[in-house]
Design a protein around this ligand. Structure first.
Ligand code: ADP
Ligand code: ZN
Ligand code: ZN
Length: 745
């Protein structure tokens, strides 16, 4: 019968990875409909323009809003099963609407790179050499003088799973010796799938026991345990070292015991080998990492492990929120305030917010943890939308450091240090303890100037000064990454009276090594830790010394614990005070508290010196005399008074173009359109220039839309986005929609 179509639909709506906010309709050829059951989430190849492209089926229908005769047929079906699970498809569709981002780009972003490129969702296989039956009983003495063959043979005997290329290499053997053994039929080559690799099959035997929780931890754990089978958001608001991670671990254990999987999101920089080791030591279950430093093949394998249910725990950065699971039971978001959860370009989503949407759909709990929760989260906790669990004591013997303001007014500074600070560093080192110096500025100095004519070295492509890097002998733009050789004479007046202004970590390192000659000084920033493993090596190095000085940027604020650090120096506590961005102080306070949290984590009490020209500023005073929570309460009242987020909602629209006028004019038109729309409850600001107007040759402008009504704001954004999409024909100009922006300049 001709009726027995496996796919009883005429059309598919397909998402394509193109910057258009629409799905594309294609006809299902009868030949395909007869033999295949098409489903949402499968990939298809379709004609698009002059080429054939890979797309994802989103819907199947029997009608189309287009002229049905004109609709082209799909070229071929790419999958026999959906590669995109229904819940991820739904999450992607939600995100596309909420963030006003093209659906095709969102859905493709949600897939591992190899699947975007059309590869099959299959594990990689690898060659292994194993003993044959004959080989198992073979007497190795028969090898006689064939020493190399014997070596290889012995090695295989010692490895019950056999040898693969990397093992062969690490044992100093050579695959050419395998050949002779294969010919003798003593060994054979087999193909093993990635998920059947010995290191993944082997049980981790040394399972560490759980710690005995203190009262606060216990309360937090049992409070969340109560909600394990439903949608629920809990905030563990706990100071650094209060044992948040221990609470996650015990909670995860409970969830895994019920046969479910757990997703742990960590900041970009937080996924250190230490983090993984901590999980691996605790659980026999399979723990799989997923982060942006892995290659595409490893990422696909990790993705498959999650999807198939073979991985019990996935620890991942931002994009892991789109990984499909067999049966997800819990999402944990560590350091939930961290800015790396928000993608700052292209598809600008926030992984924490998507996690909450996902958990709601799946009816599972989410646990947010931080010592410095972001204001959005705190407000939700205050309003009792989130369960608020507080850990105010440090676990074990550690004590909280004292926060001390160092008044810089009327002081003559030594390379940015006050006398008080230098003396405190000395006494700390004298006690054989360590000092951590925080300065969020790498390089030698932020400015190079001619004392004769006032010339300043600036970037040709950006509106910023070039940073001096003395050791590399370079002038470097930290915004577009261009660099050139350091100059010693002024290009304008040819004078050699060039001087640097201000200090970066490189300079501090050099100056302090003159003063504290007998103390190891270790600098940790992006320049000194080019390779990923270096940071861990440096951390080890630090543990080996008693007295030492660590100098670093915000790389220091996360991940690593330095038990012998008892003094933290914040070189410039004022950096957020005069920020044009209303989040400036929130971000600075979080950073200060995170860095401060590195001090005195073991049994020694630490202190934190905040160098400031504004010791009586209420924000700084509250942070030092009380705590982050009091500071946040105070700042939030101010945000409320000024009707800024989280008390209102914000969307910003950015344009950028090589032509400054064009970037401005387009936004100006958008503003006029918004005004015509006549929503009184929407507050428009701009267009205004971004703080760095010109970056990498592009001029950047911003229009801010803010409202207490999310729905109205959303509607207007949709209208404006539609207008922008249909009216920006020029390839020279780009626009971006940023919903719930973290950076507003
Ligand atoms: P956080 O994640 O809040 O920074 P951690 O969970 O890393 O804190 O705990 C800080 C330190 O205290 C770790 O060394 C941890 O092993 C230890 N710790 C945590 N909970 C306890 C406990 N209940 N008893 C003893 N030590 C604990
Ligand atoms: Zn000059
Ligand atoms: Zn530049």
């Amino acid at each position: 019968m001709s009726d027995t179509l496996l796919t009883p639909f005429s059309f598919v709506q397909v998402a394509l990875p193109v910057p258009m906010r629409t799905l594309f309709d294609y006809r299902i050829p009868k030949a395909i409909a007869l033999r295949h059951k098409l489903l949402p989430g499968m990939r298809v190849k379709v004609p698009f323009g002059h080429s054939v492209r890979l797309g994802i089926i989103v819907n199947l229908t029997n009608t189309s809003q287009w002229d049905e005769q004109q609709i082209k047929p799909i070229t071929s079906l790419h999958d026999e099963q959906a590669v995109m699970a229904a819940d991820i498809l739904a999450l992607g569709q939600w995100a596309s609407r909420y963030y006003h981002h093209p659906i095709g780009e969102v859905l493709f972003h949600a897939l591992p790179v190899l699947l975007r490129k059309g590869e099959k969702p299959e594990y990689r296989t690898e060659s292994w050499w194993v003993l044959t039956e004959k080989g198992q009983t073979y007497d190795p003495n028969i090898f006689g003088r064939a020493v190399r063959q014997r070596e290889f043979f012995d090695a295989i005997k010692e490895h019950p799973y056999g040898l693969n290329a990397s093992l062969i290499k690490s044992l100093g053997l050579n695959t050419s010796n395998a050949k002779a053994l294969v010919e003798k039929q003593l060994i054979e080559k087999v193909q093993r799938r990635f998920d059947q690799q010995p290191e993944l099959v082997q049980e981790i035997i040394s399972k560490e026991t759980q710690l005995q929780l203190n009262d606060e931890q216990n309360q937090a754990l049992s409070a969340i345990t109560h909600y394990l089978n439903q949608f629920h958001v809990a905030l563990i608001d706990g100071i650094t070292g209060s044992g948040k991670t221990e609470v996650y671990l015990q909670l995860i254990e409970k969830v895994i015991r019920t046969g479910k999987q757990v997703l742990v999101l960590v900041p970009e920089i937080g996924l250190t080998p230490q983090t993984l080791t901590r999980f691996n030591k605790r659980f026999n279950e399979k723990v799989v990492a997923l982060h942006s430093n892995m290659n595409d093949r490893d990422r696909l394998d990790a993705w498959l492990m999650a999807k198939s249910g073979q991985a019990d725990i996935i620890i991942g950065t931002r994009s892991a929120i789109f990984v499909p699971y067999q049966s997800l039971g819990l999402i944990v978001i560590d350091e939930e305030h961290d800015a790396s959860y928000k993608q700052q370009e292209g598809f600008r989503y926030h992984a924490r917010d998507l996690a909450i949407i996902r958990a709601k759909a799946a009816q599972i709990p989410v646990v947010l943890g931080s010592a410095t929760p972001c204001f959005e989260t705190l407000m939700n906790a205050w309003q009792k939308k989130y369960q608020w669990l507080k850990l105010r004591q440090r676990a074990g013997a550690a004590q909280l450091p004292a926060m001390i303001r160092v008044d810089l007014r009327n002081e003559s500074l030594f390379y940015g240090f006050s006398q008080t600070t230098l003396q405190t560093i000395q006494t700390t080192l004298d006690r054989q303890e360590q000092v951590l110096i925080f300065l969020n500025r790498r390089g030698y100095a932020p400015t190079l100037m001619c004392q004769q004519c006032g010339w300043i070295a600036s970037c040709e492509h950006c509106d910023v000064n070039l940073t001096v890097h003395k050791r590399a002998n370079k002038l470097h733009c930290h915004h577009c990454d261009k660099h050139k050789a350091l100059v010693y004479t002024c290009p304008e007046c040819h004078s050699d009276k060039l001087t640097t202004i201000g200090e970066g970590t490189e300079q501090i390192e050099m100056q302090l090594s003159q003063v504290f000659t007998d103390t190891p000084i270790i600098r940790i920033d992006r320049d000194s830790t080019q390779r990923k493993s270096t940071l861990d090596k440096m951390a080890q190095q630090i543990h080996q010394h008693d007295r030492a000085i660590l100098i670093g940027t915000q790389m220091l604020a996360k991940g690593h614990h330095f038990p012998n650090v008892t003094l933290v120096v914040i070189m410039n506590a004022d950096s957020g005070l005069f920020s044009a961005d209303y989040r400036g102080m929130e971000k600075t306070a979080q950073l200060i508290m995170q860095v401060a949290g590195r001090a005195g984590r073991a049994s020694k009490k630490g202190s934190v010196l905040l160098q400031t020209y504004h010791p009586n500023n209420t924000a700084i005073e509250t942070l030092c005399e009380q705590n982050y929570q009091a500071f946040a309460a105070q700042e939030l009242r101010e945000r409320q008074r000024l009707a800024w987020p989280p008390f209102t909602h914000q969307v910003i629209i950015r344009t950028e173009s090589r032509d400054e006028q064009e970037a401005y004019t387009l936004l100006h038109q958008v503003r006029q359109l918004a005004e015509q729309d006549g929503h009184e409850e929407i507050d428009l600001i701009g267009p205004y220039a971004a703080i760095i107007v010109k970056k990498a040759g592009h001029h950047r402008y911003v229009l801010s839309l803010k409202s207490s009504q999310r729905a109205t704001l959303h509607q207007l954004t949709e209208t404006l986005t539609h207008w922008l999409e249909t009216n920006t024909h020029s390839h020279k100009i780009r626009f971006a929609i940023d919903v719930d922006p973290l950076e507003t300049y």
